[in-house]
Design a protein around this ligand. Structure first.
Ligand code: GLU
Length: 474
């Protein structure tokens, strides 16, 4: 029984307990982007919510375009996002299973050999259109006699194989409306009419597999209970449900989420590398900024920076996802990043700060002082340098401001300092110079940091220390 585990309980006898098992099934033909991350995360969060399993499946039947290095990079990107698959599978290692399924379909008479060339098919479609018929395959290959087949083979033509869709009563040339229904996790009631589709090619003339059959065979053998994927697969689902049944299996539950597009409405592609997870990581975006945007955009939830995947799982509801494509703005990632960093505890970043050279007894106070001013964690390194080594470059001050800062430095309290040192100092400076507001703090800020904006000076001053402050006398 697929998707089910039999549990022996004394009280209830054998009861089927459904184990939620999901899969993320990219082709390893490039680096994954934020749109692929949406699919991976929808699956991962669904598994988290239901204490289920997550299978990482590489759809690499296209050996020409698939590469192990891309599979490795996808796993790396998933780990970075916080996704740790329970199982990893490669379709290229599972051909025996697909071959066995082909044998079963052939034996059942629902996989048939076709010999048309693409040009012949094209011509047929045109003819059907001019006759006002839908441009679907007319099953002409089913009419071939053994002699005709033998002639094709003798000509050196190899057959491709089509799945006979169950859209007729007894005569395959008399198709009738045949609705396949499923209750989609995202889209609700869905219907595909099998009579509106061509019998899909499952095996090409060179013996290679198209995506349709291996995917179904794997979903059966890996006991996938829920297939969550992009809505570009809705029509495939009609065909695949028929294929599950032809292979004697109950179809899993399906959910098709909307796709992400750029602000100009373009789709994302693994090939172009646009908005790849790798490029976002390298530009200093936090994994939870990517995850928050990838999951929440195009849903009824507000897009906010969620600190971890468990909290994101709480907010995640596939049914709250929009049915149309969602535009998203990459600049929003920086906004989310700022918000995430602002709320990160020192414990969470201690190790990463260490790598940036931020360590020692002041490291925690430093983090608390600067975290509200960072676009990226790596920006902390430049603040650390400013505090330790002085402004780079030193700010040019007007003559009267230079004098003012000199005067202020003469009033700098003796150490030890407490948390009020900034307040106490500036109160004295205000009294002595009559300066206040921006006229007072901006020259001091420029002298201390070399920059017009940044963390609270009240927090920075103790980190610079009395000696460091005096060394900044202009
Ligand atoms: N390899 C397919 C894709 O990337 C998988 C679709 C599916 O999840 O079934 O579109």
């Amino acid at each position: 029984m697929r998707g089910h585990r039999l549990v022996n309980t004394k009280a209830f006898g054998y009861a089927p307990i459904m184990t939620v098992t999901v899969r993320f099934a990219p082709s390893p033909t490039g680096r994954i982007h934020i749109g692929n991350a949406r699919t991976a995360l929808f699956n991962w969060l669904f598994a988290l919510k239901h204490k289920g399993r997550f299978v990482q499946r590489f759809d690499d039947t296209d050996v020409e375009r698939s590469r192990q290095e891309f599979a490795d990079s996808i796993l790396y990107d998933l780990h970075w996002l916080g996704i740790f698959p329970d199982q990893t599978e490669y379709q290229s290692r599972r051909f025996a299973s697909y071959d066995a399924a082909v044998d079963r379909l052939k034996a059942a008479g629902v996989l048939y050999a076709c010999y048309e060339t693409p040009e012949e098919l094209d011509l047929r479609r045109k003819v059907r259109r001019t006759r006002g018929l839908p441009p679907v395959y007319g099953r002409e290959a089913l009419k071939l006699t053994d002699a005709e087949r033998a002639a094709y083979e003798q000509d050196g033509r190899k057959p491709h194989w089509r799945f006979l869709l169950p859209n007729f009563k007894s005569d395959p040339f008399e198709t009738e409306r045949t609705e396949v229904h499923w209750n989609d996790l995202v889209r609700g009631e869905e219907t595909v009419d099998l009579a509106s589709l061509s019998d899909p090619v499952l095996v090409r003339a060179d013996g290679t597999y198209l995506y349709t059959l291996p995917s179904v065979v794997d979903d059966i053998e890996m006991q996938i209970s829920h297939v969550i994927r992009g809505d570009d697969h809705v029509t495939n689902t009609g065909v695949q449900i028929a294929l599950f049944r032809a292979l004697g299996a109950e179809p899993p539950v399906f959910g098709h989420h909307n796709l992400l597009t750029t602000a100009s409405g373009e789709g994302l592609s693994k090939r172009t590398g646009a908005l790849s997870i790798e490029s976002l990581r390298e530009s200093g975006i936090e994994p939870m900024s990517v995850a928050s945007l990838a999951v929440l955009v195009g849903t009824s939830e507000n897009v906010t920076a969620v600190p971890n995947l468990h909290e994101l799982a709480e907010k995640f509801d596939p049914a709250a996802t929009s049915k149309s494509a969602s535009k998203f703005d990459p600049d929003e990632l920086v906004v989310l990043n700022r918000s995430l960093l602002h709320h990160m505890s020192f414990a969470e970043v201690r190790d990463r700060l260490l790598l940036l050279g931020v360590s020692g007894e002041h490291a925690e106070a430093f983090w608390m002082a600067v975290r509200g001013n960072l676009d990226r964690l790596s920006d902390a390194a430049s603040w650390w340098r400013i505090l330790r080594e002085g402004p780079q470059p030193v700010a040019e001050l007007a003559e009267e401001d230079r004098e003012f800062v000199g005067q202020a430095m003469d009033l700098l309290p003796e150490e030890p300092w407490d948390a009020n040192v900034w307040k106490d100092w500036t109160a004295k400076v205000k009294k002595a110079t009559g300066r206040k507001g921006k006229g007072l703090f901006m020259p001091l800020r420029l002298a201390l940091t070399g920059l017009e904006s940044g963390p609270e000076l009240a927090d920075l001053l103790p980190l610079v220390g009395r000696e460091g402050t005096l060394a900044r006398r202009p």
